[in-house]
Design a protein around this ligand. Structure first.
Ligand SMILES: Nc1ncnc2c1ncn2[C@@H]1O[C@H](COP(=O)(O)OP(=O)(O)OP(=O)(O)O)[C@@H](O)[C@H]1O
Length: 252
């Protein structure tokens, strides 16, 4: 049997904020081609860990290796260039711009011409065919010309996914992809992530355990900045330490 390829590896990764330990000493091994979920009660350190992985925060200690590159403390642009993309947040969409224009902009960002985009609408047109393909991939073909501000919430989140996969990242980081959604949108998003995971590795922070159960190959449970448990979903969810951490959080 060949050993699974670890595409993302952290060793002793930690982050302190003025002495407060938000991420303790995390060793994470994400296997290429899998969906790896990060779960844990509020304040467990999930968002901080994401910010460390994408270079938005610098670690206090430890190491991050992605696809053979040491990216510890690397700037976000370098990490993005190496193939890590994070799902955009709804708040970063420009309400007047259409879904297609957002997709064109995301594609254009990969060409290094970012500062000139506004100079020529004609220049953007070369990205139109791929932009429409991307929107089709996330079920937004019929809404391509709508201003993004007028899209229903669930569709805005689909647009974020389209933007995150625009540059065909090797590793996709999804921050609570179903947060705030109704059942129908949750189901559609699960099906969508299941489609776009093909040929990629996904790390997602997700609170909805049925979403985690449907998508994740591996689950890492964080608590107060440390890894509490890790393994396949069925194993992890019946782990007494995990049950206690969640019950404890509920009671609190
Ligand atoms: N910039 C900061 N300065 C000080 N403390 C911070 C900062 N960012 C996060 N923290 C603290 O670090 C801890 C971990 O926060 P983090 O947002 O990573 O948790 P989380 O697991 O993502 O929680 P949630 O599920 O609520 O989003 C929290 O106690 C938080 O208050």
């Amino acid at each position: 049997m060949t050993e699974a390829h670890v595409i993302l590896h952290t060793q002793g990764l930690s982050k302190q904020f003025q002495g407060f330990r938000a991420v303790g000493s995390v060793d994470l091994r994400v296997v290429e081609g899998t969906v790896h979920a990060l779960v844990g009660p509020n304040g467990a350190g999930k968002t901080t860990l994401f910010n460390l992985l994408t270079g938005f925060l610098k670690p206090s200690a430890g190491r991050i290796v992605f696809d053979g590159h040491n990216v510890t403390s690397a700037p976000p642009e370098r990490i993005a260039r190496l193939g890590i993309a994070r799902s955009f947040q709804v708040t970063t969409l420009f309400p007047q711009m259409s879904a297609r224009e957002h997709a064109e902009l995301a594609l254009q960002a990969g060409t290094g011409l970012s500062r000139q985009w506004w100079r020529s609408e004609k220049r953007m047109r070369r990205f139109t065919p791929r932009a429409l393909e991307l929107l089709d991939e996330v079920g937004l073909a019929a809404l391509a010309e709508q201003p993004s501000g007028s899209l229903p919430y669930g569709r805005k989140r689909s647009l974020e996914l389209a933007l995150a996969i625009a540059l065909d990242p090797k590793l996709l980081l999804l921050d609570e992809p179903t947060a705030g959604m109704g059942l129908e949108d949750v189901d559609r998003t699960v099906a969508l992530i299941d489609r776009i995971r093909a040929g990629r590795t996904v790390v997602m922070v997700e609170h909805n355990m049925s979403v985690v159960g449907s998508l994740a190959d591996t689950v890492t449970v964080l608590q107060r900045g440390d890894v509490l448990a890790e393994g396949p979903y069925d194993e992890v969810r019946s782990d007494p330490r995990v049950v206690e951490a969640y019950l404890g959080a509920d009671v609190a």
